[in-house]
Design a protein around this ligand. Structure first.
Ligand code: ZN
Length: 135
């Protein structure tokens, strides 16, 4: 379990019963990132977390799903698509951030710690047309 402190490494995996090397996230504790209202941000597979924020298995899994998405999109296309979808969803009903298909996939599967072992490539595409979050 990853608690407080400057931890660098990959998360525990319930499937591997070891530190999983699939879609790892390096943890960097900083007071600069992420911006207000967010608990963590994943930039190029590096997870920036504020000091004192508890990193649960769920949060790790959420961020590792993002790493998997980033890898299959060769990183640059992930950020382009992420930003463009956010722009498109801004004037729409509901929370634009939560309705980005990358976020929908991550939120929908973060509790399933084995998800990354069975996840099909480009699984986020299936979330583009799902019912939106109204908050
Ligand atoms: Zn997310």
């Amino acid at each position: 379990m990853i608690g407080d402190g400057d931890v660098v490494g990959v998360p525990w995996c319930d499937n591997c019963k070891y530190y999983c090397t699939f879609a790892p996230v390096k943890i960097v504790r900083t007071s600069i990132l992420p911006f207000r209202g967010f608990s963590a941000v994943n930039l190029l597979g590096v997870l920036f977390v504020h000091h004192g924020v508890y990193i649960s298995n769920e949060l790790m899994n959420h961020e590792r799903i993002h790493t998997a998405q980033q890898r299959e999109m060769l990183f640059v296309f992930f950020y382009l698509a992420y930003f463009m979808e956010w722009l498109v969803r801004l004037p729409m009903r509901g929370n634009a951030y939560r309705n980005i298909s990358f976020e929908r996939e991550a939120y929908a599967n973060q509790r399933n710690l084995d998800y990354l072992h069975s996840r099909p490539h480009y699984a986020w595409r299936r979330y583009m047309r799902r019912a939106s979050y109204k908050r």
